[in-house]
Every structure is written in C-alpha cells, then in structure tokens.
Design a binder for this molecule. Structure first.
Ligand code: ADP
Ligand code: MG
Length: 689
C-alpha cells in the first residue's frame, strides 16, 4: 500500500505530509498525537474560573473582531457554548488567524483561562476545528490531536482526516514488530500493532499512556543497544593491569604530603578506584563532583597507584591553562617523591618536544600532563597504566576511545564538574562506572552573588578596593563569543586599560586565548604569586583554574553566558578561607531567559540545581552539545522525565547484547533489520564506521 492509495490523499496533501517527514504508510502510522481532547477535560464556559487553569472548551465562533491600534493590534474571537461565551486573543499573526476562523464554525480551544473584566480569555490558545455537530459526539471518546502546520491547514489536513487514514492503515497493514517477544513480555508492553491502535484510538487515558510508554521504550532500547554494541565491539572490557601494591608513593602522598584531611567523598572515590584497579579488568570510571570538590587530589592518588606498580600515567586537560596548572600542582606535590613529570602541549619548540617524547617512550618520564596533544599519534608510551581525563565534558566520546588505543588498554579515569542529572549521566556514560564526590572540603564559605548594572560600577569598584586592601584578589571576566573573537577581545582590552587607571595602586593583568602559551603561563604565575591582583580575562579561565586567594569575580555581560558556564566561572572563587563575592554585571539588553539565568545564579550555589535549570532551559541536546555527547534527539522519549523507562531499556539492551551480540537468533531477526542501519549511522558518528 502506498500513501496515495488512501482515500482523500491527493498530491497536494502528499506534499504537505512529505514536508513533515511522512513519506510512507509506516511514517504516517508513526505520526503520533500531540495531545488528546478528552471529554473529561472539556469544561462548559460558565464553569471557567479564569485563574490561569488549563482547560479545553468547545463552542461555536460567534464573532471575529480586531481591537487595538498599530503595534498593539490584536484579534479577538468570541466562542460561545450553551452556557456562556469567552474570548480567544491573538497578539501575533493577527492576519493569519483572522482568515483561519469563520463565524459559525465549531472549535475546541485549549489554553490558560484568565479573567479580564467581563470575559474569560485565552491568549494564543491551541485550536482544533471540530467540524460539524457529529464531531461533538466524538468528544465523548478521546480524540487525538496531531501536530499541525501551515502546509497541513492549507491542504485541509485535519486531525480527523489523519486519524481516518490511520484507521485504514491499521485495518490493512501489519507493522513489523522488532522488539523481541520475550522483552515485550518481560516489560509488560503492548505489541507494536496494538500499541498503534492504543495511541491513535485509545479507549482510555491508560491505553494511550501505555502505548506511549512502548514507543519511548522502543526508542531508548535502540539507543542503549547501540551503546552496548559499541562497547562490545570497540571499548570492550579488557583484562586490566593490576595495581596490587599500595607502595611508597601512595603512602607518603596521603600520609605526609597533602596538607589537609580528605573529605568523605574523596575517600569514597579513591576506594572505588582502588577496588577497580585490583579487579583484573580495565577500569572505566567517571568521578563527578561539583567545582571545588577536590577532584585533582583523587586523580593524583590514582596516578600514584599506577606509579607504585611500575606503570606510567597520563593526565589530560581540555585547555593549555588547565594543563599547565595541573603540571604545577603535580610537580609541587610530587617533588619530594622524586617523580619525573612532564608537560606536553601544542606549540612547544621542536627540540623540547622531541626530548619529552623520547623521555615518555623510554619510560624515564613517569607522568605526562597535557592537552589532547597527549593522544596524538607520535606519542608512544613505554607502559601506560592509567589515563586521567579532566573535565571530561569538554572531550568527545571519540577522544576517550582514542586514549584507550594508547598502550595496552590503560585504566581510564574521567573527571567532570558538570553535575548532570543521573538519568543523563547514565545515558551518556553507559559504559562508565560513576563515583560522585558529594560535598566540598570543610571551611569553605559559600560565594555571595549579586546582580548589578553599569550604574553601580563605582560602588563595585569601591568595594573591590577595600577587598584588595585586605589582601584579596579579583577576576574580571569578559565573554568571548567565537564568531566575533576580535571584537570581544577589544572589550577585554578596553576593560583592562580602564581598570589600570581605576586601580593605580594595584597590578592588573590580561589573559586571553590569543596569547602564546608562555605568555599565558607567565600571567597566571603572576596571579598565583599575587604579583597581579586583578586578572582581566576572557573565558579561558572558565575551567578548573585554582587560585585560592582570589575572592572576587566580576562577570561583564553576564547575561551572555549560559548557566553552566557561569557556575564554572564562579567556581574559580570561594576556594580559600576568604569570603568570596561574585558580581554579575547585567547589560542593557537582557532577555527574559537571561534574567532567569542571573536570578538562578544569585539564588543558589548548588551545581546540581543549576545544571537542572540549565537543562530545562536548553534541552539535553544543547546542554551537552549533542554532537559532542553522542546523544540523539529522541522523538517520543524525554531522557530526563523518562528516567525509569531509560533504566529498563538499558538493562534489557545490555542483557540482550551479552546473550546474542550479533542478533543471530530467530527471535531477533526483525530487530537486526532495524538495528543494523541505526548502528551504522551511530558508528560513523564516532568515526568508527
Ligand atoms: P575541582 O574538583 O574543581 O577540580 P580542585 O581539585 O581544583 O577542585 O580542588 C580545589 C581546591 O581545594 C584546591 O586548592 C585543593 O588543594 C583544595 N582541596 C582539595 N581537597 C581538599 C580537602 N579535602 N580539604 C581542603 N582543601 C582541599
Ligand atoms: Mg578540576
């Protein structure tokens, strides 16, 4: 059967469907309702309270009128049922909507009911044409409402018509079932054809919910199956190096070198790692902890476990500044232990580079710290036992796979300060075990955050002066938008000049991405040693930088930053014993969303809360950068809300992969047909196809 075989489906409608990605009978059947009109949710107009409740009303259009003038022009549509009348109001698309409605037609309006004077109104309600009186009877059943658009309404494709087509398809067509029967049974989910019946012609709310659950499961199952397969074929659990010795390095470091008591969270993470590296299998562990929770010390602990057992370790960071900071921390901490640590970054001189590479290959260098330069082809390790990847969200999955290729399957420890919600972590890092460092080291004072405007600038500078006089230090951060790097740099440079004249008694430094590595390093060093008191910077300091004495951060044009980014930035202060202050400078033009971001920052210091707000604002794809994360855009499922289904899909997928990795059994043939192209696409994404 083809689409054109369906009654009332002409070429004009065929084109409209095609624009929405519906190219076949199967696609049309899988075109799912956006919502339902349920008799139980339809209210007589007289019963509307108008306090913002969400309701559906059904009535006849009595009058269509324009009101207001010029810019403020609006369209008002009076809808009347047997009990009273109400108003639908449009402020945008007045012209379009005016022509869309006709007096006398019966419509269902869905939206928030609010009372203004005599009338209850709905602003921009969802509208569905009910058609003739008979359709009203139809409201005694649950009516599906399908997504619509201009092309649909131009060719008169209504929800009712779509629903009729789907009935025909269901009567004549057997959609292939690709989820194995045993899994459907175990999950208590309806078979595919029945699920379509339940979603398009539900007899109760329970039915369509169950059907949607099945379609969500299906989507997540395929995804999890691909993650499982990826892991089976590429990042297979290897026999791991055994770090059985807790030797001199580790003991001395923990007992004598570190000047503080580990937090419980740090101890637990270290215990997890210790267990992993003695298990005989390759470790793949994610350490998640908010900014400032002290992940670096945990990483050093793991590195020393490798060294104690005669292995080398690599420590990768996403930026040069961070790599250099880690290099400094490591050399300082490990100096008494006489360990050879080397730094490998992008633009080092050829001679130096060769020297480092020889050192690494020969095994004389025990720890290499660096940027992604560490995983480049020409770097050969003598016996790499452990790779640590800091700020993992900055690296793609692909890079993690690459490091696994280095040496003979080193243990991998990845660290992330992005406190992504659990469901998301599970999906993204399905192949990782997760340790969470809860809590911050004792004695930290929460950063105080305020939102200010340009008019407050002199007050802020006055406050800064008193803090600087008291021995504090300050960051002043300018946004860097990639497209206009030059212009933003001008902002930072101008800010730098201005601050120099405002603070003649202090040293002001400037840090940005265009500086050479040595110059960056030099400026950072001066800030660390307090030769510079005010550091003007672009976002190059965003990640990981640790200068405990710095206690003030001014963020210019704070509304231009994302929430997670603001949290990262603010994480640079509040690291020592001083009370720290973050001032978010709000620019002239600010969107509603921008204001919400700043308010959220002022309200909380909790990384998880901030991440959740950010995730809600941006959606999962954008939150993590879909490209980087390898997370597909799911059609039906919502990986935050559908956490339970996700977990079930994951365990079913991994069980199946263990049992029949090549999908050769009879019961898995349909699945194989669907999964093979799906996986190919996925593998290509990881650069492994
Ligand atoms: P992050 O988790 O953001 O990477 P860092 O590892 O940079 O955090 O640690 C932040 C700061 O806290 C560093 O100055 C570090 O020396 C210090 N620190 C780490 N652990 C503790 C602890 N248990 N007690 C006190 N200070 C600690
Ligand atoms: Mg860090």
């Amino acid at each position: 059967m083809k689409l054109l075989d369906l009654k009332k489906l002409n070429t004009k409608r065929l084109n409209a469907l095609s624009k929405s990605g519906i190219e076949s009978i199967g696609d049309l059947l899988h075109f799912l309702p956006r919502r339902y009109l349920d008799r139980t949710t339809v209210l007589p107009i007289r019963n509307l309270k108008g306090q913002g409740e969400e309701v559906t009303v059904v009535g006849r259009i009595k009058k269509i009128q324009e009101a207001g003038y010029g810019h403020k022009k609006r369209l008002e549509v009076i809808l009347q049922d047997d009990t009273a009348s109400m108003k639908g109001v449009w402020f945008k698309g007045v012209h379009y909507f005016k022509r869309a409605f006709k007096e006398g037609e019966i419509y269902a309006f869905f939206g928030k009911a609010k009372r203004y004077g005599k009338y209850v109104s709905m602003a921009h309600p969802d509208t569905d044409k009910v058609g003739d009186k008979n359709d009203l009877q139809d409201l005694t059943r649950i009516m599906p409402v399908y997504p619509s658009n201009k092309a649909f309404s131009k060719s008169y494709i209504t929800s009712k018509l779509i629903n009729q087509w789907q009935r025909t398809i269901l009567n004549t067509h057997q959609p292939p079932e690709f989820i194995p029967t045993h899994i459907l049974k175990e999950q208590n989910l309806p078979e595919r054809k029945e699920a379509y019946r339940m979603v398009h012609f539900p007899e109760s709310q329970k039915e369509y919910k169950k059907a949607r659950e099945r379609f969500k499961f299906e989507e997540l199952f395929l995804f999890e199956l691909s993650v499982a397969k990826m892991k089976h074929t590429i990042i297979e659990k290897q026999n791991g190096h055994l770090f059985t010795e807790m030797g001199e390095y580790t003991t001395t470091f923990f007992n004598e070198i570190i000047p503080f008591e580990l937090t419980d969270g740090q101890k637990e993470a270290l215990a997890d790692i210790k267990k992993d590296v003695r298990a005989g299998q390759q470790m793949n562990r994610l350490i998640q902890g908010d900014v400032g929770s002290g992940k670096t010390v945990v990483a050093i602990g793991a590195i020393l476990m490798a060294l104690d057992n005669g292995y080398q370790a690599a420590f990768m960071a996403p930026t040069e500044i961070l790599a250099e900071q880690h290099y400094r921390t490591l050399t300082e901490f490990l100096d008494p232990l006489d360990i050879n640590v080397r730094l490998l970054v992008g633009n080092q001189k050829a001679g130096l580079r060769t020297d480092i590479l020889t050192d690494v290959e020969g095994g004389n260098c025990e720890v290499v710290v660096g940027t992604h330069a560490v995983i480049q082809d020409e770097v050969t390790f003598n016996n790499l036992g452990l790779a640590v990847i800091d700020e993992q969200h900055r690296f793609g999955v692909k890079q993690r796979a690459e490091i696994l290729e280095k040496g003979s399957h080193p243990h991998v420890l990845v660290m992330s300060a992005t406190p992504i919600p659990r469901s998301l972590a599970m999906t993204l890092y399905s192949d990782l075990d997760i340790s969470i460092i809860k809590g911050l080291p004792a004695g930290r004072k929460p950063v105080k955050t305020a939102v200010r405007r340009d008019t407050n600038r002199q007050d802020i500078y006055g406050f800064m002066k008193s803090e600087l006089a008291d021995g504090g230090q300050a960051y002043v951060v300018y946004p860097l938008v990639e497209e206009s790097e030059a212009m933003d740099l001008k902002d930072a440079t101008a800010g730098f000049e201005n601050l120099k004249s405002q603070f003649p008694n202090y040293n002001v430094g400037l840090l940005h991405g265009r500086l050479k590595s040595e110059e960056k390093d030099d400026v950072m060093q001066q800030f660390i040693s307090n030769e510079i008191q005010i550091l003007v910077s672009t976002t190059v300091i965003e990640v990981g930088v640790d200068v405990p004495n710095a206690n003030i951060m001014i963020i210019e044009h704070a509304e231009r930053f994302g929430l997670s980014q603001l949290h990262q930035l603010r994480g640079r202060i509040g690291r020592g014993s001083r009370q720290s202050y973050c001032v978010l400078m709000q620019g002239q033009k600010i969107s509603k969303e921008g204001r919400y971001r700043l308010q959220t920052m002022a309200k909380t210091n909790d990384g998880f809360e901030i991440a959740e707000a950010d995730l809600k604002l941006r959606g999962p794809g954008d939150f993590l950068g879909t490209k980087q994360s390898g997370l597909p855009d799911f059609e039906v499922a919502d990986i935050v809300e559908d956490e339970g289904i996700l977990e079930r899909a994951k365990s079913a997928a991994w069980k199946l992969m263990d049992h029949d990795p090549n999908l050769q059994e009879d019961d898995h043939q349909e699945l194989r047909k669907v999964f093979t192209p799906y996986f190919k696409e996925k593998a290509r994404f990881y650069g492994m196809g």
